[in-house]
Write a protein that binds this ligand. Structure first.
Ligand code: NDP
Length: 243
């Protein structure tokens, strides 16, 4: 039994890191509110968590739509009277070289990875300020620290997530802000879009290097369960063989 269970909202909870994080945090006794577009996935995960004795619910969420993110957060707040943690995790990674001019996919990465994170911050900031407490966890990437050929736009969105997080942390005294920067992690991230040759290379690397999503979930659980006066600013996590 967790003696300080929190109300934790997770975006992109229908697969990969978000789903693993939901399971990890629910197992630690927190209540998780799952958001994503694939409601069938969320319903199955909610049922699994509840069957294991955890506490979970899910709501439809499209992070590219400010109204959708606002409704997601407001509904969780209406039901529980507070929002302790927002995990801004939803993301997409259709990698390609800039000269491939896959401009629609650039826009998609900006809309989900950057605008989606901003929408999450906009939705929780007034509530957390009023509570005089809260924790915003933004999932960036090791590609938020480094740029490789084909990662320019994805890296730009993830560098931006780091910048936003730094700004939020420096502006707010009562709100904890953490950046989680994983490297190759088991998920569905490399299955959608991008240049086919680049993505095939990413999948080959992922087969060699992938960390389990539960390792990233463990890092998120660690930062949440620190004493409230302790703010872990960033966790960078990679497979040892890559280092
Ligand atoms: P997955 O593809 O497995 O999960 C991505 C999640 O984002 C899904 O739940 C998806 O849900 C959700 N999502 C995508 N678009 C939207 C949208 N418009 N609105 C709401 N949810 C959306 O990948 P990961 O678990 O790997 O990705 C999670 C985060 O981790 C991302 O930010 C990613 O950039 C980051 N990351 C991943 C790494 C890896 O190697 N896997 C490494 C470094 C960082 P749905 O489609 O149902 O809406």
């Amino acid at each position: 039994m967790n003696d300080s269970p929190k109300i934790i909202l997770i975006t992109g909870a229908s697969s990969g890191i978000g789903a693993a994080t939901a399971q990890r945090l629910a197992a630690a006794g927190h209540h998780v509110v799952l958001g994503a577009r694939r409601l069938d996935r969320l319903a199955a995960l909610t049922a699994t968590i509840r069957a294991g004795g955890g506490s979970a619910e899910h709501l439809a969420l499209d992070v590219t739509n400010q109204e959708s993110v606002h409704s997601f957060v407001q509904e969780a707040h209406r039901r529980h009277g507070r929002v302790d943690v927002l995990v801004n995790n939803a993301g997409v990674m259709p990698l390609s070289r800039l000269d491939a001019l896959r401009v629609d996919e650039w826009d998609q990465m900006i809309d989900v990875n950057l605008r989606g994170t901003l929408h999450g911050i906009a939705a929780v900031l007034p509530l957390m300020k009023a509570q005089r407490s809260g924790h915003v966890i933004n999932v960036s990437s090791t590609l938020g620290h480094d740029v490789v050929p084909s990662s320019a736009v994805y890296s730009a969105t993830k560098f931006a997530v780091k910048a936003l997080s730094e700004g939020l942390r420096k502006e707010q005294q009562d709100i904890r802000v953490t950046v989680i920067s994983p490297s190759f992690t088991e998920s569905e991230l490399n299955t959608l879009g991008g240049d086919p040759d680049t993505m095939a290379w990413v999948r080959t690397m992922a087969d060699k290097l992938n960390m389990p999503a539960s390792s990233v979930a463990d890092a998120i659980a660690y930062v949440i369960d620190q004493p409230v006066a302790i703010d872990v600013n960033e966790v960078i996590i990679r497979p040892l063989v890559e280092a």
